[in-house]
Design a protein around this ligand. Structure first.
Ligand code: NI
Length: 250
């Protein structure tokens, strides 16, 4: 069930059976020469659709632009500043809380969002603690679930790709998007082995360290077949994780 394809009476009825909502959150940033710029937004969106089919969860619009300042050295990347993203997350959550939602399950596709999302959650709780929330909203709960931390995924990635998985433009995330969008898959791109690993600072430094955008990965090994296994494994783990959160009372 997608919020974007629901009517307000649909949402009103949904709130009578659940006050939880899934918010896919990602990024619009380069993913090397064979990964889609939307990879980090597409991965949680793809999995959220499956999660909804299995649990009936309501899926919010994807927050498809995240904190990606270090990728701005590559054409097509778009970022929110951390402070902008915190403000946006708070506006989304305060809007949804007004209607009665109190369990916010962020299905995340971008490591660069983690610190900012965690700070946004703290801001939300502070609004309640400091009495600045518009209404009494004790009991709001946020959960951040990185899709690659779903049970079974790290083991599967290691089995499929070993050290070639890397940490950005990974074989797993490229495979998952190719599984969902096979007609767009860039299967003819070849690489000269793994990319370097290293620290992340600002955009110009990032491009100097990682000239084609990858970090540690060799996504030449990405495949639609691997993407199917990753999808099925991630989804199996996410169903229980979502249910235990959406049903939680404390
Ligand atoms: Ni990514």
């Amino acid at each position: 069930m997608r919020l974007q394809l629901s009517t307000w009476p649909d949402v009103e009825a949904y709130l009578k059976r659940s006050t939880a909502i899934v918010i896919p959150v990602g990024s619009t940033e380069q993913h090397g020469p064979n990964g889609f710029i939307g990879t980090d937004a597409l991965c949680p969106e793809i999995l959220a659709k499956g999660l909804s089919e299995k649990t009936g969860a309501l899926i919010a619009p994807t927050m498809s632009v995240g904190m990606a300042q270090h990728h701005l050295g590559f054409p097509g990347s778009v970022t929110l500043r951390p402070s902008t993203m915190i403000a946006a997350v708070l506006d989304w959550l305060n809007s949804l809380a007004r209607h009665g939602f109190d369990r916010f399950y962020f299905l995340n596709g971008h490591g660069g969002n983690i610190a900012t999302l965690t700070a946004a959650f703290s801001e939300l709780y502070a609004q309640s603690s400091l009495g600045t929330a518009a209404t009494n909203r004790a009991g709001l709960r946020c959960k951040l679930r990185n899709w690659w931390d779903a049970p079974g995924i790290r083991g599967l990635s290691s089995e499929l790709f070993g050290a070639d998985e890397g940490s950005h433009a990974t074989c797993s995330e490229v495979s998952l998007t190719w599984y969902a969008y096979p007609d767009e898959a860039r299967r003819d791109v070849r690489f000269d082995g793994r990319a370097p690993e290293g620290p992340i600072y600002e955009a110009d430094d990032f491009r100097r360290r990682f000239p084609d955008g990858r970090m540690g990965s060799n996504p030449e090994r990405a495949s639609i077949e691997a993407g199917k296994r990753i999808y099925e494994t991630a989804l199996a783990g996410l169903v229980d994780d979502y249910r235990s959160f959406s049903d939680s009372k404390d």
